[in-house]
Design a binder for this molecule. Structure first.
Ligand SMILES: O=C(O)c1cc(=O)[nH]c(=O)n1[C@@H]1O[C@H](COP(=O)(O)O)[C@@H](O)[C@H]1O
Length: 240
């Protein structure tokens, strides 16, 4: 297992809520167990950027999950804007291509340097964890196996200067072998043995994913929908 970080720093909790009060309540409950909160589009569109600053004021780092995917100029502009909020990490879809990813990174670096803040980590989404082999081939129209597609995107993201990728637990080892140990792997689709699978297809337990070399795990419902979220987070931390 990668031991560079303590377990609390390796779990990002997905605050997938439709209002700021519920999200802040959850963050408060998890305050002494989790360091980074993931804010996605559902919450962001309801609360606006103030959710980022409220969480930061509570001491959390933010993974802004905006999954940008547009022409390079537009994504560069969006990356510049999100960087201004001092987020720890944000993401783009690798499917936007090399130039889009490179421009996103350049914009984030330029803005962070002009503000004198840490450059946010930029992560490329490879294939979503809700994508099965059959979906990839038949619906999305990409031939070959999921792992080959994920590896192709991971290599492209690394060449474009990104810090890492989002993928499922099943691809961690191949990504590490191809892109090296420093290239970050951010892994959703995490399900403890005692949690429901929901809409995720390519899943893994927290312990298995860390064993395979994941840097960070993204966990939503297994914690936020638990009867006692803090106890669920503690149980996961114990398991890893
Ligand atoms: O970028 C992501 O965070 C992401 C990528 C991916 O391939 N799959 C995926 O589930 N996610 C996010 O990770 C979180 C997973 O939530 P749960 O399935 O509730 O644990 C959600 O907020 C998703 O938006």
């Amino acid at each position: 297992m990668n031991s560079r970080h303590n377990p609390q720093e390796r779990i990002f909790v997905a605050l997938d809520y439709d209002n700021m009060d519920d999200a802040l309540r959850m963050a408060e409950q998890l305050g002494d167990t989790i360091k980074t909160m993931k804010v996605g589009l559902q919450l962001f569109f309801k609360s606006g950027p103030q959710i980022l600053h409220r969480l930061q004021d509570m001491g959390f780092q933010i993974f802004m999950d905006c999954k940008f995917h547009d022409i390079p100029n537009t994504v560069a502009g969006a990356s510049d804007s999100v960087t201004q909020h001092g987020v720890y990490m944000f993401n783009v879809h690798c499917a936007g291509g090399f130039d889009m990813m490179k421009r996103a990174k350049e914009a984030a670096v330029k803005r962070a340097e002009s503000m004198g803040i840490a450059v946010p980590k930029l992560i490329g989404v490879t294939q979503l964890t809700s994508t099965s082999q059959q979906m990839l081939n038949q619906e999305i129209g990409v031939p070959g196996d999921v792992q080959s597609s994920v590896l192709h995107y991971a290599k492209l993201a690394q060449q474009a200067g990104l810090d890492g990728v989002v993928a499922s637990g099943h691809e961690i080892e191949a990504i590490r072998a191809t892109c090296g140990e420093e290239f970050l792997t951010v892994i959703p689709g995490i399900r403890p043995a005692w949690a429901a699978q929901d809409d995720q297809k390519r899943i893994m337990t927290p312990a298995q994913a860390l064993q395979a070399g994941a840097h960070y795990l993204v966990i939503g419902r297994a914690i936020t929908h638990a009867a006692d979220p803090r106890a669920a987070a503690m149980r996961i931390l114990d398991e890893i």
